[in-house]
Design a protein around this ligand. Structure first.
Ligand code: AMP
Ligand code: MG
Length: 521
């Protein structure tokens, strides 16, 4: 196995001088050296062919014992020094102090085809940042992270990637719903990959500790390696850096809204500085279109991270990052202007995205209202978001509102509710939509094709991941591969997979793992 290893983070930034794994506050350092835990019986379940390619590896490499041992933490690649990163963060709106890689261990960085890849194991044992937990991950959450990060990549959403999914052979104790019923589960390790795993929290921790020397070191490092287009570090460059992060964050969240992805835990330690979707925990996919929905039971009370609030939280998190960078910039109005721009840019980008979902190529003033009215009507009764937008491409401007509603009859979870006022509202909306389409010059087929490129046919519905998990628990990994293959082409018709183009089955409505998820992974 030949990897072009080019470590930067752990060779250019200050290291923790202590090397034991004991839980502690780590100051004056960006990371701590750690050794992954040896596991009882490592066994590879799946590898991503696309990610192997990115690293310059082959399928044959992935079948080698060297690969298995390296990506389950059972041996350390030559000339590498694994480490855990130090970061802090705001959790659910409150400053939580030091958090850090408690169950993630960075192996090394690889350069291939002019791209930098940090490789990181999730679930490979404790680090100084493990706090009260064990540093391990269970099979269920590892399958969810593995499948979803690759699915998001194929959907065109900026994301961290996944290289491999393996069983550790060890058992891990978890209280899934935090209700005093702990049970043993199979342990697993995902190797994930990203240009960098730096988060807002990496900068926040230095600012909180008033360690400006290391804050500057880390920001300069980030600009040099990941934002080099901005030029040499200076106050102006720091401002541009913040502006760039704001833009990337905005783009990422627009994509989430487009595909109906709800992250679930948008704490500032889970916000990538590169604008990548990171830390797949209690995330979920909208089934019924609902701005108020969150999959995370831990957030049940206030629903801070609900679907409709993700754009605002992006802004709130950026404000925290601005506060952290402030000592290097000392210019509040400029930072505030960037935050204000986020709001206007978001509205503009959101309108553009929604126009594309509706197949509108002209920009008319009335579009905003049409879109708002659609969002309202979608929430009158539980209406499947993915199937609705996919089927909307079949609607032609010369059809009647009755035809329009007929064409989407199977998107409603409670079809009996689509009568009276609700039916009327739908008719009114389809009439307006038909009128609006009349103004377009683009022909039906072309519009349909364009819409199908932004409205996926297949997403990783919560129950689908759960079915794959249930089978994997019994040692059958075929469904993991089936979903992996399906989600490589989410915008294609793939009629052979039509059974996945259906609403969530009723049995999954209140099942743990399907509609309810906790952070306990
Ligand atoms: P999360 O909400 O999953 O992003 O995790 C928040 C913090 O808790 C991070 O610093 C994690 O590293 C840490 N953490 C979560 N689960 C574990 C675990 N099983 N062992 C150690 N640390 C953990
Ligand atoms: Mg996290």
């Amino acid at each position: 196995m030949q990897l072009n290893i080019k470590d930067k983070f752990n060779t250019q930034l200050p290291a923790d001088t202590a090397t034991e794994h004991s839980r502690r506050q780590v100051t004056g350092a960006c990371f701590s050296y750690v050794t992954p835990k040896r596991t009882k019986k490592p066994e590879l379940i799946h590898t991503s062919k696309e990610m192997l390619d990115e690293l310059g590896l082959t399928i044959t490499d992935s079948k080698n014992d060297v690969f298995l041992k390296a990506f389950t933490g059972n041996s350390i690649l030559p000339n590498t020094k694994p480490y855990a990163m130090c970061y802090g963060g705001h959790q659910f709106g409150n400053w939580a102090g030091q958090l850090g890689d408690g169950r993630a261990i960075n192996l090394c960085e690889v350069e291939h085809n002019n791209k930098n890849w940090a490789l990181q194991l999730k679930g490979a044992g404790e680090t100084p940042y493990s706090r009260t937990a064990d540093g391990l991950a269970v099979l269920r959450s590892s399958i969810r992270e593995y499948l979803c990060s690759e699915a998001m990549y194929h959907l065109g959403v900026p994301t961290t990637r996944a290289l491999s999914l393996a069983l550790s052979g060890d058992r891990v104790l978890r209280d899934v719903m935090y209700n005093g019923n702990p049970a043993y589960e199979k342990g697993a390790i995902v190797c994930r990959a990203a240009e960098s795993f730096l988060r807002f929290g990496n900068y926040q921790i230095f600012a909180a500790r008033q360690d400006l020397k290391n804050l500057k070191k880390l920001v300069d490092y980030t600009i040099k390696h990941h934002f080099s287009h901005l030029g040499q570090p200076s106050k102006e460059t720091y401002v541009a850096f913040f502006g760039d992060v704001a833009n990337r964050t905005l783009k990422m969240i627009i994509h989430w809204q487009r595909v109906g992805f709800v992250h679930g835990v948008m704490n500032t330690d889970n916000m990538s500085i590169l604008g990548l979707t990171i830390d797949y925990g209690p995330y979920g996919w909208l089934e019924g279109f609902d701005f108020g929905w969150t999959p995370n039971t831990t957030d049940r009370q206030y629903k801070r991270y609900r679907y409709g609030n993700q754009p605002n939280i992006g802004l709130w998190n950026l404000l925290q990052l601005a506060n952290a960078l402030y000592p290097l910039i000392e210019d509040a109005p400029t930072l505030e202007a960037i935050l204000n721009d986020y709001k206007t840019n978001f509205d503009r980008a959101s309108l553009k995205m929604m126009r594309s979902k509706l197949g509108l190529t002209l920009e008319l003033d009335t579009d905003k209202t049409l879109i708002q009215e659609l969002e309202d009507v979608l929430q009158l009764t539980e209406t499947d978001m993915t199937i609705f937008f996919r089927k909307l491409g079949d609607f032609n401007s010369n059809e009647t509102p009755e035809n329009g509603l007929q064409g989407i009859h199977d998107v409603f979870y409670k079809p009996e509710q689509v009568s009276g006022k609700i039916k009327e509202q739908w008719h009114i909306w389809f009439k307006k939509y038909a009128d609006r389409l009349q103004k377009e010059t683009i022909v039906f087929n072309e519009r349909k094709q364009q819409m199908h490129r932004v409205n996926p046919k297949y997403v990783l519905r919560n129950y689908m991941a759960q079915l794959a998990i249930d089978k994997a628990d019994e040692g059958d990994y075929t469904l993991i591969d089936e979903l992996y293959q399906l989600l490589k082409k989410p915008y294609d018709e793939q009629p052979e997979y039509n059974k996945w183009f259906t609403k969530r089955p009723e049995w999954a409505r209140h099942k743990v793992g399907c509609s309810m998820l906790s952070c306990s992974s």
